[in-house]
Design a protein around this ligand. Structure first.
Ligand SMILES: Cc1cc2nc3c(=O)[nH]c(=O)nc-3n(C[C@H](O)[C@H](O)[C@H](O)COP(=O)(O)O)c2cc1C
Length: 398
């Protein structure tokens, strides 16, 4: 008998989101990685989002006899097979040419949904055509495109609208600024400022370069229906200009609420009073989010704010959360503190970079398996059972 040895492919060795993160980092040039992984200022909030999860311990009951767990729920009236959605992330055509449709299809295959970004690399219509299910649309409101984006999204079959309100100005992402990405107000498309070393780094990623060159998917096709380097730079400028001019206020949110026939979620809420106000003007849900630590550095971790928001909303609307969700146990904790579901941002991009649609699906499968395993080990049958009694603050006796 020969030795009990078999070969695993490099992809089979990726068994966690962190594995995907490391594999993804190797596959793209640094300038792309900085866009994906970066955050505001000193990345304090990026770190806090993660740390907040480790402050909680999980209670575990034994011999509860549940051979299967129930992970399904609904968000905005849409049934999802697991309480994890794909967060809106702009210009993911830079991660993989098939960016947004690949993510939407992976979500569909996993029984969940993508929230398509305003700044997507593929247009609202292209993503709708490439998928069967309805998906959700994220709106950067306040600019000249607001009304037409809403009309297009509704016409293309999107029914849930996520209005992102935490970008009155763009956060200070220094990694991006050092690369000379176009800044608002500069008035000119200067492109990327690459040092010889950075150019070499790009050249060391021929697969990415070929992909990017061949498909030119860095532009935001909702804002400018063209592809290629020039279109990429122009669309970044359009987006930045819209955002910097935006004086979006509560009355405008109310207008959106009145105009949009479907459900409206407010994304980027970090304050209980704001959450209550959003509900009082008829929003269907709030997303507790600090934009993955890419906007206000030193903002609170989302998990830390969640209980106050849940209390203020008082069951009148759905509360979702994103920021730093990387494990099934993170999902358990967010749900136990009152979130209906969570969203993942960077993990979806790690999956895309590594293996396109299959990579995103695998990331979702990993999180699903981890969530299921955690519930089994806790002795919980359904995510509906989760409440704060399943958590203990670390180091605090119960
Ligand atoms: C590269 C990147 C692009 C993003 N683009 C958008 C966007 O276009 N619209 C938006 O509402 N949020 C955007 N976000 C924020 C995400 O929707 C989400 O709030 C955040 O990524 C969650 O944190 P996580 O990355 O730790 O999961 C982006 C995040 C990243 C990492």
């Amino acid at each position: 008998m020969g030795p009990f040895v078999y070969r695993m492919t490099p992809l089979e060795r990726l068994v966690s989101v962190e594995d995907y993160r490391r594999a993804a980092q190797k596959r793209v040039p640094r300038l792309v990685w900085e866009y994906v992984e970066g955050g505001a200022d000193d990345l304090v909030t990026v770190a806090r989002n993660r740390q907040a999860f480790s402050r909680w311990s999980l209670r575990a009951r034994v011999m509860t006899g549940h051979p299967e767990r129930r992970l399904a729920t609904t968000v905005a009236g849409t049934r999802i097979d697991l309480p994890v959605l794909l967060a809106p992330t702009g210009t993911i055509g830079l991660a993989h040419w098939h960016g947004d449709p690949a993510a939407a299809r992976a979500a569909e295959a996993a029984g969940t949904r993508l929230v398509l970004s305003t700044a997507s690399s593929w247009s609202i219509e292209e993503v709708a055509e490439g998928t069967r299910a309805d998906h959700f649309f994220q709106l950067y409101p306040g600019g000249e495109h607001t009304a037409s984006l809403m009309q297009r999204a509704w016409a293309a079959g999107y029914r849930g609208l996520f209005v992102t309100v935490d970008v009155p100005v763009i956060g200070n992402r220094e990694g991006e600024r050092r690369r000379g990405y176009v800044r608002a107000g500069s008035g000119i498309s200067r492109g990327l400022a690459l040092t010889p070393r950075e150019a070499l780094d790009v050249a060391r990623h021929p697969r990415w370069l070929f992909d990017a060159y061949r498909h030119g998917r860095g532009s935001m096709r909702n804002l400018l229906p063209a592809s290629g380097v020039e279109a990429t730079l122009q669309s970044i400028e359009i987006l930045y200009r819209e955002i910097d001019r935006a004086t979006f206020a509560w009355e405008d949110l109310q207008w959106i609420r009145e105009q949009w026939p479907g459900t409206v979620y407010v994304k980027g809420v970090l304050d209980a009073d704001d959450a209550a106000r959003a509900v009082s003007i008829g929003c269907d849900g709030v997303v507790v989010s600090n934009h993955g630590g890419r906007q206000l550095d030193h903002a609170q971790a989302t998990l830390e704010v969640l209980p106050e928001v849940v209390a203020a909303v008082g069951g009148r609307a759905e509360v979702l959360l994103d920021g730093g969700v990387r494990r099934g146990t993170d999902v358990v904790k967010a749900l136990a503190l009152g979130a209906r579901a969570v969203l993942i941002g960077r993990p979806l991009i790690y999956g895309l970079i590594v293996d396109g649609e299959r990579g995103v699906l695998d990331v979702l499968r990993i999180l699903r398996a981890e969530l299921d395993r955690a519930l089994a080990l806790m002795g919980v049958e359904s995510i509906d059972e989760l409440d704060p009694s399943w958590l203990r603050l670390q180091g605090v006796p119960s």
